[in-house]
Design a protein around this ligand. Structure first.
Ligand code: GAP
Length: 458
């Protein structure tokens, strides 16, 4: 098993493109920079990860799930603070008009500087005085200016500023503005959570590192409402839950760490935030975050909407609940899972294989069915059809090329098991089942397949 620091990110990206996990968006028109579409394999994994999130964060917790809109009333973003504060520090090289995030340049070139503590005047001075060459070009820097990350759009046919609105930069606000609706219609009692999965949009200055930072991405967010006195213990609870969740999906313990934010990194309202970071080949990076947001969001929406979002306790007192928010980026989680799984292994002196050792529970296909030779494809196809129609196993059929090549093709896309129908099958109804990771085969009865695989479900 190789360490992530030894894995070559470009090799992994190439593998994911070639094997059909990820396509360049709008490829036939030359693409869109740093924008990717997911092919059938990645889409299957994303669906499964979402299914597990719903199970772990909603169903098994007795929480509620909603589905709010991407385009909301623009006042939502005034109240949430996104219109005023959701900005990155942009700096431009006047010699080639390329724009960058000033904090990224400083982090990269001056790792000793604490970017969170530095003012933007300090970042600007550091860059202007010291960075004369960057990204392959000579530099003449502009001053730094805040750049709001929200995508603007128009609502309706009238093209005026009055119709201007935004694509949501997070799914969380759709939950806060529906807090009262959910309380009223479900009669939920504190503590309880409301979650949703959906697309978010940020006009990132420098989308980068493949699907790590993109302008359109998907989030799985839970807002867990509780009383102030319980908020510290629920904050810990959700940190542990998130950490266990990514391990359940198969991330290796050594590649994950919890990093509590320092005081300077916290928003003024935040009572505490921790990131779960993953050891990407380019270093530790945020995978997801858990924040104790106090009662800031509900208070802000009360102020701007003039509607009460208070919660009536059983003793008749009214409170504005505190909220703990575990917020997970689905694309980033998928990327981490694929990096974690990627291995190039030496099979013999002159043979190596690329294998994705993704966990059985999230593998795009869990089982491949092959006939040993094309001339016995009929019983193999019949078995494949039966498994498709009567089980939930994600199964694929392949009869093209030698059996060795077929095994390697499935290794490369992460299929944990492959069944071969051979001449013995015709005699005694048994098949060989090959394990992707050990490459060992055993013979089992066709009737045992479901039971055999059920051991690997989570
Ligand atoms: N509601 C809180 C919130 O949105 P965030 O830290 O800005 O917090 C949460 O985002 C998660 O969303 C991140 O941990 C990351 O996984 C994902 N994310 C944020 N920006 C992203 C981007 N540009 N591309 C891909 N994923 C992103």
């Amino acid at each position: 098993m190789s360490k992530n620091s030894e894995k070559n990110l470009q090799d992994i990206i190439n593998h994911l493109k070639i094997s059909g996990f990820v396509y360049q968006d709008s490829e036939i028109y030359g693409g869109v920079i740093n924008t990717w579409d997911y092919g059938p394999l990645a889409t299957s994994m994303l669906q499964t990860i979402k299914k597990y999130w719903v199970r772990e964060f909603i169903t098994r917790e007795g929480n509620y799930q909603i589905d709010s809109k991407i385009i909301m009333n623009p006042n939502v973003w005034r109240a949430s603070g996104h219109l005023d504060n959701f900005s990155d520090y942009l700096i431009e090289n006047k010699l080639n008009q390329k724009r960058y995030r000033a904090d990224h340049i400083v982090k990269e070139l001056f790792p000793e500087v604490n970017v969170e503590k530095a003012t933007f005047e300090e970042l600007e001075k550091l860059i202007q005085e010291n960075v004369k060459q960057y990204d392959g070009s000579k530099c003449d820097w502009t001053s730094i200016r805040p750049f709001n990350l929200m995508f603007k759009t128009q609502m309706g046919a009238i093209d005026t500023t009055a119709s201007q609105t935004y694509l949501r930069p997070e799914t969380a606000q759709g939950i806060f503005v529906n807090f009262k609706n959910v309380c009223r219609t479900t009669r939920a009692k504190l503590p309880f959570g409301i979650g949703q999965i959906g697309k978010s949009f940020r006009n990132e200055i420098t989308p980068r590192d493949f699907i790590f930072r993109t302008r359109e991405f998907e989030q799985m967010e839970l807002e867990f409402f509780c009383e102030e006195k319980d908020s510290d213990s629920f904050y810990q609870y959700w940190i542990n839950k998130c950490s266990n969740f990514v391990k359940l999906l198969g991330l290796k313990n050594d590649n994950i760490r919890v990093r509590p934010h320092e005081q300077e990194e916290l928003s003024h309202y935040s009572k505490g935030t921790s990131d779960i970071e993953y050891l990407f080949p380019f270093g530790w990076g945020e995978l997801l975050g858990i924040a104790n947001r106090g009662n800031y969001d509900l208070s802000q929406h009360m102020k701007y909407s003039q509607e009460s979002l208070e919660y009536l306790k059983e003793d008749g007192t009214k409170i504005i609940p505190y909220v703990i928010e575990p917020s997970i980026g689905l694309d980033r989680l998928l990327f981490a899972l694929l990096i974690d799984a990627y291995e190039v292994e030496k099979v013999s002196e002159d043979d190596e294989r690329t294998v994705l050792k993704v966990d059985y529970s999230i593998a795009p296909y869990q089982l491949a069915v092959f006939p040993l030779l094309k001339k016995i494809s009929e019983p193999a196809k019949a078995l494949y059809e039966r498994l498709l129609k009567t089980t939930n196993i994600r199964v694929v059929y392949d009869e093209a090329g030698s059996i060795g090549k077929r095994y390697r093709r499935q290794d490369a896309i992460g299929t944990p098991f492959a069944i071969t129908v051979d001449f013995e099958t015709l005699e005694n109804n048994t098949v060989t089942i090959r394990n992707r990771d050990t490459m060992e085969q055993e013979r089992i009865s066709i009737d045992e397949i479901e039971h055999y695989l059920s051991k690997f479900e989570k």
